[in-house]
Design a protein around this ligand. Structure first.
Ligand code: FES
Ligand code: FE2
Length: 424
């Protein structure tokens, strides 16, 4: 992050602290329709459009250490196989044999010189080419070149493996846009995967995710943890294209920071290139559709939210950290290597099942969001654009009220600033 960006962020922190109302240019936010959490029509639209058209975090290169290493990834409900190639890249295929659909692998991970179907023994290369068919002479006209494994788009950001089911659309870097520029100082290409766990939650996936998309809840939910560590009055939200967003909220002290403290490892290794903001603030991103991650000099710990039904979801917690040497690396989010969520995440997820019960009752009519919760509204606008507004029943749409003038690098707050509240 360059000096002028840091300068603007410091000025915006002072602005946020001093304001007594939302910025003049900020629109009134209509309520989010309740049915977006409960109506099966909206759930089906999400399935058809959001999960099939966006870049999704599927794995980490450390899980695929050698040529032929594979990992099964089924968190979207589709059986996908990630395979490390001889050139060091990663291919993603449906784990679906082109003969009669049997799986190529049934283990979660492993290593194979060839991908050989266990049913009748068809064999595929790591590039997905069908190279051997037992009893091929019994086929009268089998064109192996037309029976390669079906590939899914797969690209890397550093050692993070992303998958996209849409054959068209932007590259991963285009999709990330300015977020990728922000992330360069965090060394996604060098940090190691140290923990990855999945938990089942009994609420709609957006209910769980939205608990991590605003600081409004901090004082009530986290009064003795995060609430003591960050100054939520100075929080600065920034909205990016494609539904992504960032929050930057200064820490109350210059100690090891909330994440290092939370991990119980005060002497964690550091990513030396992380700049001033990452070291003195909680710098957190939500990446459309389902990634939330605070980044710091100590770790890159994404949280991911995957629907597995309209009223339940899978909550994935990752910790990626700079080289910690030998032994077990840090795990920011769980206790006893995945035995349970850490206290902060228990606080964040505590009301999910209660909210879901309300949503399924007659008492839930819609969601009025404040300026501080703008990232949630921004996400919903992007969701509708991705689905196609005309495809959504009128009563389930959100109005597109946050305009381009609020999407980075535009920021009407900077126009409101006066020298008196500038930080420098
Ligand atoms: S289903 Fe794979 S070889 Fe028959
Ligand atoms: Fe929280």
């Amino acid at each position: 992050m360059d000096r002028s960006e840091i300068h603007n962020l410091r000025r915006l922190m002072a602005y946020e602290k001093a304001r007594s109302a939302p910025p003049k240019a900020f629109p009134d936010l209509p309520q989010i329709p309740a049915g977006r959490y409960t109506d099966s029509r909206f759930f089906e639209l999400e399935q058809a459009h959001i999960w099939k058209k966006t870049w999704l975090l599927a794995g980490h290169l450390d899980e695929l250490p050698e040529a032929g290493s594979f990992r099964l990834w089924e968190l979207t409900g589709q059986p996908i196989l990630l395979v490390r190639t001889r050139e060091g890249g990663v291919n993603a295929f449906y784990n679906t044999c082109r003969h009669r659909g049997a799986p190529l692998v049934t283990e979660e991970s492993g290593r194979r010189p060839l991908l050989t179907c266990k049913y009748h023994g068809w064999s595929y290369s790591h590039e997905g080419d069908l190279i051997a068919v037992p009893g091929e002479e019994d086929y009268s006209d089998l064109d192996k070149s037309c029976l390669s494994l079906i590939k899914v788009r797969c690209e890397l950001f550093g050692k993070f493996v992303f998958v996209n089911f849409d054959e068209r659309g932007p590259s991963l870097l285009e999709w990330l846009g300015p977020v990728a520029d922000d992330w360069r100082e965090f060394q996604f290409d060098k940090c190691r995967l140290s923990a990855r766990h999945v938990f089942d939650l009994n609420c709609n996936w957006k209910v769980a995710m939205e608990a991590n998309m605003e600081v409004y809840h901090i004082r009530n939910i986290h009064p003795t943890s995060v609430g003591l560590m960050i100054d939520d009055r100075q929080n600065v939200n920034t909205l990016f294209a494609n539904g992504h967003a960032r929050m930057i909220c200064p820490s109350r002290d210059t100690g090891p920071g909330p994440l290092a403290t939370r991990s119980g490892r005060p002497h964690m290794a550091e990513i030396e290139t992380v700049g001033e903001i990452g070291r003195t603030c909680t710098q957190s991103y939500n990446l459309f559709p389902n990634w939330v991650s605070p980044l710091s000099q100590y770790s890159l710990p994404p949280l991911l939210f995957w629907p597995n039904g309209i009223d339940k979801c899978r909550f994935e917690t990752w910790t990626v950290a700079p080289d910690w040497g030998d032994g077990k690396g840090p795990d920011l989010w769980t206790v006893n290597d995945g035995e349970r969520l850490c206290d902060v995440l228990l606080e964040d997820t505590e009301f999910g099942v209660w909210i879901q019960k309300s949503m399924n009752s007659g008492g839930f009519r819609g969601v009025p969001l404040s300026y501080q919760e703008a990232r949630i509204y921004h996400w919903n606008q992007e969701a509708d654009r991705m689905i196609g507004v005309e495809n959504i029943p009128a009563e389930l749409r959100v109005e597109q009220v946050i305009g381009e003038n609020w999407v980075y690098p535009n920021d009407p707050r900077l126009d409101e600033l006066t020298p008196a509240i500038a930080a420098e």
